[in-house]
Design a protein around this ligand. Structure first.
Ligand SMILES: C[S@@+](CC[C@H](N)C(=O)[O-])C[C@H]1O[C@@H](n2cnc3c(N)ncnc32)[C@H](O)[C@@H]1O
Length: 284
């Protein structure tokens, strides 16, 4: 008997619940929408509509992967961030809504004079760089990542969003391979402390790239490695915006200060946690 939308949603919800997925109803719907190439309105309005064989096979395959706790973003290969949708792969961190705080802070800080040269360290999907390039149409940017697969994904995202003529992607170690100065430097480095590994869900520990997540005992190793070289890369009047983890504000503020920066602004995410710092350099 053909499977209807209503029956598929119900079976999917039960299967995902059994696998410990907290958002089972939402995830079943998202996977069904993707399998049927349908929008939410159709899924809601046509509960008696039957899936064809290909749609049913696809849905079962998606459900199986989600039952193994693969993140929805990797199953679908995309995630919305700021004003666009970004390709996501096993080599890239899935863009998080909290990171939109960096874009808001950049837009707010540069509202009286847009940056022209932008650097994004640890670009991953390119979501930070490409979102600020969309906000500042006269700017050009460089994204750097150490993971070749992430660099390729960032480049594909730039092309798909029509921003490739203003984007360069470089595979390398933080800012070491980059010459010149920038008006805006963005960085969302790995910042999870090793001891937190056990508290994370399998979606993160088993599927997201560890190079994008973990950074030593206190989660500060990447900041220590990359911040000291950055003051020399900031143009006069420029700003560095870094994402930080919960409770890391004081430690990273100290690293910034020791590296010639002054913390000029702090911004909080939707959960009211301090999420990023904006630092400048006093040029003489
Ligand atoms: C937390 S993810 C951020 C990804 C993306 N910018 C975002 O906000 O979603 C950190 C990124 O830094 C990259 N990375 C880790 N170590 C690096 C290094 N030494 N040099 C350059 N990039 C590095 C990782 O591959 C990963 O893509």
């Amino acid at each position: 008997m053909p499977l209807t939308i209503e029956a598929a949603l119900s079976a999917g919800r039960t299967a995902l619940e059994g696998a410990g997925v907290e958002t089972s109803a939402l995830d079943a719907r998202l996977l069904l929408e993707a399998a049927m190439d349908a929008d939410t309105a159709r899924i809601v309005a046509e509960p008696d509509q039957a899936l064809d064989t290909r749609q049913e096979e696809q849905y079962r395959w998606f459900l199986e992967r989600r039952q193994n706790r693969e993140p929805i973003s990797q199953i679908l290969g995309r995630r919305a961030f700021w004003k666009d949708e970004f390709e996501v792969t096993a080599d890239t961190l899935t863009p998080r809504p909290d990171s939109e705080t960096l874009i808001e802070l950049a837009v707010d800080h540069f509202r009286r004079g847009a940056p022209r040269r932008i650097l994004d360290l640890g670009t991953g999907t390119g979501c930070l760089l490409l979102s600020v390039l969309r906000e500042f149409p006269d700017a050009a940017g460089v994204g750097v990542d150490v993971t070749p697969g992430a660099c390729q994904a960032a480049l594909r995202n730039a092309r798909r969003l029509g921003l490739d003529s203003r984007t360069r992607i470089i595979c390398g170690n933080w800012g070491t391979a980059i010459g010149g100065v920038f008006d805006l430097i963005l960085c969302n480095p790995p910042y999870i402390a090793e001891r937190e590994r056990e508290t994370l869900p399998p979606e993160v520990t088993e599927f997201e790239p560890h190079q994008a997540l973990f950074a030593g005992v206190r989660g500060l190793d990447a900041y220590r490695a990359l911040i000291p070289g950055l003051a020399a890369k900031l143009a006069p009047g420029g700003a560095l915006i870094v994402e930080i983890g919960h409770g890391q504000g004081a430690g990273i503020g100290q690293i910034l200060m020791e590296s010639g920066f002054y913390v000029a602004a702090r911004a909080r995410d939707l959960a009211n946690r301090e999420r990023c710092l904006l630092a400048t350099v006093a040029h003489t």
